[in-house]
Design a protein around this ligand. Structure first.
Ligand SMILES: Nc1nc2c(c(=O)[nH]1)N[C@H]1C(S)=C(S)[C@@H](COP(=O)(O)O)O[C@H]1N2
Ligand SMILES: [Mo]
Length: 322
């Protein structure tokens, strides 16, 4: 069952509508969207470095439709979801991403869509977002390490973005790449992964209506430690597929590799669909620890999204294709 409601943001946290309108008018003065301008050589010149953030904050303040796709389960407390993270660019301890969040520079931000598309391009994030309809989606998130959360994301279907760039008939895979900025990101000065972080979906997985590009959570702009300013969320797959801080999306004919598959293919498969019957080489996947709860829960097939996605894998051996 899908419940629709409106995002409730406490009045105290909301900038009065008139103040927003005024600020947006000021920002818009002159340039389209108050956006970054493209200089020769493709360098982005930040006319207004806060452009995407100001636009997004304005839209969040106006309220968004919301869909609960986690079966009415309690939300993970926001403090847990923003302080217990995997974001190896900022360090490998769960507490590192929050502590070093400031090392991720997100203003300005641009996104490239290229490869097997008719209209490739690099756009400032505010230009990407102005085209898309945002909504809140409450999803379960299950990490391969056997913990889970329930998170209210804000975003838009990846399919909407991909369609605007017109995938060619040869496009079979979608490759995502995170920011590469070793001067600022302490984790990228270690060789735990071959940076930048890269992930891959099959095109039908990428076009699935559950597959989200998220730009916020808990009614607010995405915190840096959760993958600001824009990240993937694929709720039926282990969390490592949900790549953070995306700068580039490339459609391909051949299947690219991902950073985790290069690092350890026996532990991190291509599909990484949540499956209680396929154990990780070092631990069982039958149960999980819901962050903020005591005891353990049974892990659900496809993380509880089997009705929506099982048909994508019809006829496949899921033990083999893990
Ligand atoms: N770029 C990047 N994306 C990433 C990771 C990472 O280290 N770097 N960690 C992944 C893992 S293992 C998980 S479980 C989720 C965690 O998302 P969260 O911190 O918002 O809960 O992000 C995924 N996306
Ligand atoms: Mo994870």
């Amino acid at each position: 069952m899908t419940r629709y409601r409106y995002l409730a943001i406490p009045e105290s946290e909301v900038t009065p509508r008139e103040v927003f309108r005024q600020r947006r008018r000021l920002l818009k003065g002159g340039t389209a969207l108050g956006a970054a301008a493209m200089l020769p050589g493709g360098m982005l010149f930040p006319k207004n470095a806060r452009a995407w953030r100001d636009d997004l904050e304005g839209r969040l303040a106006e309220g968004l439709p919301s869909r609960d796709l986690a079966g009415d389960e309690a939300l993970t407390p926001r403090d847990d979801a923003t302080s217990y993270n995997n974001f190896y660019e900022l360090g490998t301890r769960k507490s590192d991403p929050e502590v070093y969040a400031h090392q991720l520079v997100t203003d300005p931000w641009s996104l490239t869509v290229d490869g097997e598309v008719d209209t490739p391009g690099t756009l400032a994030l505010e230009e990407v977002l102005v085209r898309e309809t945002l909504e809140e989606r409450i999803y379960r998130l299950r990490c391969v390490e056997a913990w889970s959360m329930v998170i209210p994301w804000i975003g838009f279907p990846l399919a909407d973005l991909l369609k605007r760039h017109a995938p060619t008939s040869r496009a079979r895979y979608v490759r995502f790449e995170s920011i590469h900025d070793p001067d600022n990101l302490r984790g990228q000065r270690s060789s735990i992964l071959d940076w930048p972080y890269r992930e891959v979906l099959r095109i039908d997985e990428a076009m699935h209506p559950l597959t989200l590009m998220a730009v916020g959570m808990y009614g607010e702009v995405m915190p840096n430690q959760n993958g600001a300013p824009i990240r993937l969320v694929v709720p039926w797959k282990y969390g490592f597929k949900s790549i953070k801080s995306v700068v580039r999306i490339t459609l391909t004919e051949e299947r690219p590799t991902s950073a985790w598959m290069e690092q350890n293919p026996s532990e991190y498969g291509f599909f990484a669909n949540v499956n209680p019957e396929v154990d990780h080489p070092r631990w069982s996947q039958a149960r999980e620890r819901r962050i903020g709860e005591h005891g353990k829960r049974e892990t659900l097939m496809f993380n509880g999204y089997a009705d929506e996605v099982a048909e994508l894998y019809a006829g496949m051996d899921l033990q083999e294709n893990f």
